[in-house]
Design a binder for this molecule. Sequence first.
Ligand code: 4AD
Ligand code: MG
Length: 423
Amino acid sequence: MNVREILTTKEGSEIKLNGWVANKSSIGSLTFILLRDGSAYIQLVGKRGFTNDESLKIMQDVSLESAITIDGILRDDVRAPNGKEVLVKDIKVIANADEWPITKSTVTSVKFLYDNRHLSIRGKKASSILKIRSEFITASVEYFTKHGFTLISAPSIVGTAVEGGSTLFELNYFGRKAYLSQSAQLYEEAAICAFGKVFVIQPAFRAEKSKTAKHLTEFIMIEAEVAFNTQEDNLRLQEDMLNYVTSKIAENRAYELSLLGRKFNIPEKPFDRIKYDEARDIAIRHGIEFAYGDDIPTEAERVISKEFEKPFFITNYPLSARSFYHMAINNITSSADMIAPHGFGEIATGGQRIHDYNTLLSRIKEYNLDESSFKWYIDLRKYGMPYHAGFGIGVERCIRWICNLKHIRAASLFPRTITRVYP
Ligand code: 4AD
Ligand code: MG
């Protein structure tokens, strides 16, 4: 049994628990340990006369973050966190901990916490965020599986850029150039002709040269691609998926959201849509200028997203702001970004792809891309490629928004940024 299950168990039940000492205190003849077992927190009480003498001594002496195992009786007590506590009969130390290095006086910088991320992930805030992240991914798998998608895996070592050359990590691949994958999209497009609907959940890599609160160099992207879907279908899919996943988080991770003090509203469907031109007008009204045809700069995106209370789409991006594969009419693409509200900004990008052979070939030439490395991708258009659309949603970007985090690194177990590859 874990603590989370115990929180709904009857008073008087015999309890056995394994976990870690998250905190310790004593008042008069009572000794308290706040036990953390990875599912939740519960108060343990040592009481002379009930707890054996040896165990009482252990409860007084045990160091923070030691691993322990206990036997006891469950009691209701309104003063205890969550209204339950365990009166300890017996306690054993399974693994003793040295003096815990993370304390109010030692944590003088964010850097210190991330240099010690192998330890600091045990904290209430860090672990709650990571549990919500786990729910996000599990619920996504559930959503796509329920809707008939096939889970595929694409290579992480690739020969070409999907999202432009400026953020490619280059590898020496046995004397040849190769890259870390920016997106599984092109492989998904091949797979839809085998499976109809596919999705991936895997790392994507971006050599982002700028230090921002929303960029990691390695992150998890959930991507979906569907044969015979239009961009309209694609937008509906994205809002339906996000609505489902966030509902699951609200349902199953209410405890963790409450530990974070986060009041989170599930975004109701449908999401608002604004066109690129309207988004640009909002930015200009806030004094942030950028040329028509440029990608929307981070600062502009921030002020635009502050005008919204739930995620929304920016549609009709000009081709010049987009990758080569986007379907376009008069240089306006059938694509959209999904933007999280309150300044959080882009969380997903998607669109309808070029499925016609000649159109794709001339686009690749227009973008001055190396035709030979895209040969297989172009080739697909010769063998029954229907119209199709898909999207990629960034897990850590979503968690940053859902958990209201200042910086995206808190949404990753061991974040990778321009300045960090340790631990
Ligand atoms: O907007 P992006 O670059 O779109 C694609 O890669 C498409 N090929 C996806 C597709 O259609 N299958 O990346 C998709 C999402 C972004 O909206 C963002 O949420 C996240 O991936 N993302 C990042 N997250 C953290 N750090 C970074 N450096 C990110 N770059 C993109
Ligand atoms: Mg994008």
